[in-house]
Design a protein around this ligand. Structure first.
Ligand code: MN
Length: 250
């Protein structure tokens, strides 16, 4: 099995090395990742300039860096290395739950794989008291989850999040739709100029059965995703009321 490993924290993140080391047990592994952090870059593709491809020395790993986004890395990685079966993205330094599914660069790496007809699995973990996830402690759990997911070929796109402490097990989840108020907080830089922080403040309680709920209960969240963003319930509603909910240009 050919496994392309990417992330949005950059090629030098400890999370990508940990993921590539675990993935090596399941097949041939190559890292292709952004040269700098691209968190929250979502699924952008660099279209206004060319991108570079450079070999990167990571101990025991076949690694390349690209001056682009996670989406670029997957585009380029699957072109220059043929027959990639699955793209693993992560392990992100921080969770990707609920609304983060829209913003996440980690998830975008996996989504780009799915758009290209490959399988994609995104993996994220919260920081511990040490300031970043404890990757050595996580590795056995990552291995178990990958063994489970890689063995289910019908799963094209999965978002995996690990809890902060040793997990109680795994749960299949749906996306938390908890809104956030997206507050923009002004502050001053050292020169006295005003700048702004985008903050994420949840406004509702966690809904049972969601990705966020699983993490709060100490489980690994495994959320299958679809590329189809259509609101099928609303589509059916609109089609039922078609007589008056559409325009006719004759
Ligand atoms: Mn990140």
């Amino acid at each position: 099995m050919r496994i392309l490993v990417t992330n949005d924290d950059g090629v030098y993140s400890p999370g990508i090395a940990a993921l590539a080391q675990v993935a090596s047990r399941f097949g041939e592994v190559r890292i292709v990742a952004p040269d700098v952090e691209m968190s929250s870059a979502s699924q952008s593709i660099t279209a206004s300039r060319p991108v570079n491809w450079k070999r990167t020395a990571l101990p025991g790993l076949d690694a390349y860096r690209v001056n682009g986004t996670p989406g670029d890395c997957v585009m380029l990685g699957t072109t220059l290395w043929e027959k990639v079966d699955v793209v693993l993205s992560g392990i992100n330094l921080g969770t990707n739950l609920g609304n983060a599914v829209w913003h996440s660069g980690t998830l975008a790496g996996a989504k780009q794989a799915a758009l290209l007809g490959r399988r994609g699995i995104a993996l994220s973990a919260p920081a511990t008291d040490k300031g970043q996830p404890d990757f050595d402690a996580l590795k056995p759990w990552v291995a178990s989850v990958l063994e489970l997911l890689l063995g289910i070929p019908e799963l094209c796109l999965v978002n995996v999040n690990f809890p902060a402490k040793a997990p109680r097990g795994t749960l299949w989840t749906r996306q938390s739709l908890r809104h956030y108020d997206g507050r923009v907080v002004p502050a001053k830089d050292p020169m006295g100029r005003t700048h702004y922080w985008f903050t994420v403040v949840p406004v509702e309680a966690t809904e049972e059965g969601t990705d966020r709920w699983a993490i709060e209960q100490g489980y690994v969240s495994m959320m299958p995703l679809a590329l189809d963003l259509t609101d099928h319930a609303q589509l059916a509603n609109m089609q039922k009321m078609e007589a008056w909910r559409k325009l006719k240009f004759a």
